[in-house]
Design a protein around this ligand. Structure first.
Ligand code: PLP
Length: 384
């Protein structure tokens, strides 16, 4: 028997009460029963996004709502700035290209965070740019970007900021409204603790204004249609059939999120990340992103001479645990342990204990228990 564990930055583990919701008979979406659930889910999303603005729900993976942002915010031929720190940040450039949007690309060295001063400089040098795309948590490198500082310099330049918060929302402070983020988006299978299939988008009033002059084509992903259905009828609604079961699971997961509270959720993720970082370093491994480490995921350089694909494979095939490897140019060089969503100290201890055993299996033995001990010490100090 192999028992399965998931320590990836999405999909993430799902609480059993959330899983159970998916086993109930389907209900119709144009009913008071579903509408009441959708209304509560919307309020929960506003709680999680820290905003009083509406949060749109699309039946889509994260990349779909990224595409929706480009479709609703840009016009063909418009020039925008993409400020990226890895694979997912670079996806903004690819989507913009597909919409014939011209991209000024500022990409930092992988493992580093986007520098607000450089963004400010690039906007000064190209005053025609009125839109900046970036990422809260760069999942591919395990880097957290300083969105508060980025929003500030972007606004000072008279531009708007679009933030992919897919793997960061929930794991670290992110104040959509207080920081004035003009468009923020997230996905269901990361911090929201439900399966893949829902994407969320929230706009500032300035962001909504921009969608009205933007000319890129959109149909399913029209924010105008979605906002009207959500806000202009007696009960919140969607223009098309929503992924009903996922919305019901979302409502349940948001109940748990509200119970714990955003500050506590951020604190738990910070403690889990600290325990993970301390443990891998105690094993003699080096962090890939030591200067701006993420709370959702810890990226680690593989031991010398080891393709990290072997580490993932051993985790998965020998111990039933899914972690993730490197993407793009970090493929084979790093491995990444997710600690996002429905994760606690026990999960991290298990992952570190298995990592020690994986190191033995791949011929790079470490003193057994030394990483676990380091993690336990952090968890004791952090009360987790
Ligand atoms: C996972 C992820 C995405 C892509 O989400 P999909 O649901 O796989 O399309 C985009 N951006 C970031 C930062 C992510 O972590």
């Amino acid at each position: 028997m192999i028992k399965r564990y998931i320590m990836a930055p999405g999909p993430t583990p799902i609480p059993s009460e959330v899983l159970a919701e998916a086993s109930l008979p389907i209900i119709h979406h144009r009913t008071p029963q579903f509408q009441a659930i959708f209304k509560e889910a919307n309020e929960g999303l506003q709680f999680a996004f820290r905003t009083k603005q509406p949060v749109l729900t699309f039946s889509s993976v994260g990349t779909g709502v990224m595409e929706s942002a480009v479709a609703n915010m840009t016009s063909p031929g418009e020039k925008v700035l993409v400020a990226s720190s890895g694979h997912f940040g670079n996806r903004w450039r690819e989507i913009c290209k597909a919409y014939s949007v011209e991209v000024e690309h500022y990409e930092v060295e992988w493992g580093q965070a986007v520098d607000p001063a450089e963004v400010s400089k690039r906007l000064k040098d190209a005053p025609g740019i009125k839109l900046v795309f970036t990422t809260l948590n760069e999942t591919s490198t395990g880097v957290a970007n300083d969105i508060q500082a980025l929003a500030k310099v972007v606004h000072e330049a008279g531009a708007l900021i679009v933030v992919d918060a897919i793997s960061g929302l929930g794991a670290m402070p992110c104040e959509s409204e207080a920081w004035g983020i003009d468009l923020i988006l997230a996905g269901s299978q990361k911090g929201f603790m439900i399966p893949p299939g829902l994407g969320f988008v929230s706009l500032s009033p300035g962001g909504v204004e921009k969608t009205k002059t933007a000319k890129s084509p959109r149909y399913y992903f029209s924010y105008d249609k979605a906002i009207k259905k959500l806000t202009e009828e007696k009960m919140p609604d969607t223009p098309f059939t929503p992924a009903i079961t996922l919305v019901i699971q979302l409502k349940k997961a948001l109940d748990l999120i509200k119970q714990e509270g955003m500050e506590n959720i951020w604190k738990r993720h910070a403690s889990l990340a600290k325990a993970t970082r301390t443990a891998v370093q105690a094993l003699g491994l080096k962090l890939y992103a030591p200067s701006a480490p993420s709370n959702s995921i810890t990226s680690v350089n593989g031991p010398d001479g080891v393709d990290t694909g072997l580490i993932n494979k051993t985790f998965r095939d020998t111990y039933g645990m899914s972690i993730v490897g490197g993407q793009g140019k970090a493929k084979g060089k790093i491995f990444r342990i997710g600690h996002l969503g429905y994760v606690d100290g026990s999960d991290v201890l298990l992952a570190i204990a298995r990592l020690e055993m994986v190191m033995h299996k791949i011929g790079k033995p470490v003193p057994l228990g030394s990483g676990v001990k380091a993690a336990q010490e952090v968890l004791l100090a952090e009360n987790l």
